[in-house]
Design a protein around this ligand. Sequence first.
Ligand code: GLN
Length: 303
Amino acid sequence: MNYQSLLDSIATEVAPMIGQGKVADYIPALARVPIAQFGIALRTIDGHTAAAGDADTPFSIQSVSKVLGLTLGLQAMGPTLWERIGREPSGNAFNSLVQLESERGKPRNPFINAGALCVADRLLSAHAEPARVFAELGRQLHGASFVFDEEVARSERETGYRNAALVNFIKSFKQIDNDVEDVLALYCHQCSIVATCTQLAHAFGYLANGGEQPGTGARIVDREQARRINSVMLTCGTYDAAGEFAFKVGIPCKSGVGGAIVAVIPGEMVLCAWSPGLDETGNSVVARRALELFVTRTGLSVF
Ligand code: GLN
């Protein structure tokens, strides 16, 4: 399969769609991102790469960082991480508060904001300098520490009333151990990681390769944990569109409101597609279509 010509043809095919949707203007620093951008990149576990469009343009990874948080949480705590965080799809918006009341402060999964905030709390308990642990993970995953955009982090911290409500509410059930401000600061910091499609397709290689980073052989998580991260991505990685993604794309995906979607084809490769225009569920319209085209043309799917 010639992946380069396939990505080129997908980029041509989605070009007329670019501009559809709406950028994440609820975070002031992201409201300024030009919508007319699209990139796609892939990296196979044996190191072949292909890329098209704006694959080397940096963007805010936002909720894609929730996969990194879960990875660090499993590294630090193993399966005890699941005592405070579930692994069921929520069927609600990524920033919803509604289920927490009846479920007594236990978020449905680590890929909605409530769950990722709980993971951040666990990381604050496990590490003296969790922000540095996040940055260093980048070194293991793509050979350079992750880069953070402090302006995006500050902008979200200043206007993130819902996230503040979520942490306070969860803490009222005694499911958050650390200071509310510290949890919010770490969460906004991790969401502000800046990366390109090419870098993310590289960084998440361990999820396609049983937990071991292709190329370096670094063990990031064990095989069972990698399998579980992928299954939670499939069922929960795109919030209340996860069913539709499984139906149309059929591989584990994690999206972020910066417009990126990282997709894992276990045993084969990682893809990252990016375009800032989002649908009403917070998933990139064009990135989703590009992934759907890729899976349809290659027949590569977990189903
Ligand atoms: N930082 C964003 C928020 O908390 C992340 C959401 C997302 O990417 N879905 O709203």
